[in-house]
Ligand binder design. Sequence first.
Ligand code: APR
Length: 229
Amino acid sequence: MVVLTGAGASADSGVPTFRDAQTGLWAQFRPQELATPEAFVANPERVWQWYAWRRELISKVEPNAGHYALARLQRHVGQLTVITQNVDGLHQRAGSTDVVEFHGNIFVNQCFAESVVLQSSELEDGEPPQCRRCGSAVRPGVVWFGESIPAAALDQALQATTQCDVFIAAGTAAEVYPAAGLLAQAGEQDALTVEINPEATAISDAADIVVRARCAVALPTLVEQLIVE
Ligand code: APR
């Protein structure tokens, strides 16, 4: 099985989705204006502060029933790969393994110039911090608009997608590629494809089964039906 998750899977934990309006100081910006290399070069402090605000928000939330249901299901099926577009690490906190972080992880620090992951001991304080190795600004280890998916993550996701029997897209608007193309790709391999989302999306028509419900409701219900313990 493959489960592709988007921001909607974390919405029930209190993490705003990308289509939710930003709040407070950040209401005046759209994520597309902050989550880009150009925005970081133009105003590193502002972009860094936005991620610091999101890290703070995410560190205060807990995985929800949908995350826990997927972790439980994984223990009962041959192989379940979670491909997540979310950068919040909530699937892992709920106990899921074999998680492909398609867009990286917000808590990882990376040297902007060298694109290498930095340990906290390699950071010089600042907003943004500076890389102790080369002096460049430090950025979060997430994939920004216009950047490519890390090769290892893309390869793992494509492998799982082409081999799966069941592909579930849960909580994603399916508007950002290549993630948005994975359900159709699974369908081409004759996998059963399912969408879980309270609203229609660009991939609803391609899915064999559409479940118009929130992840925190649909996933536990599905797992209850599937697992005979
Ligand atoms: N359960 C299931 N789906 C939900 C829920 C919920 N509780 N709440 C909202 N949704 C759905 C919305 O209907 C919408 O289709 O989740 C989707 C959220 O869409 P986006 O905010 O666009 O998030 P996502 O699809 O993950 O965006 C993909 O785009 O912004 C970039 O890199 C960013 O990873 C992100 C990517």
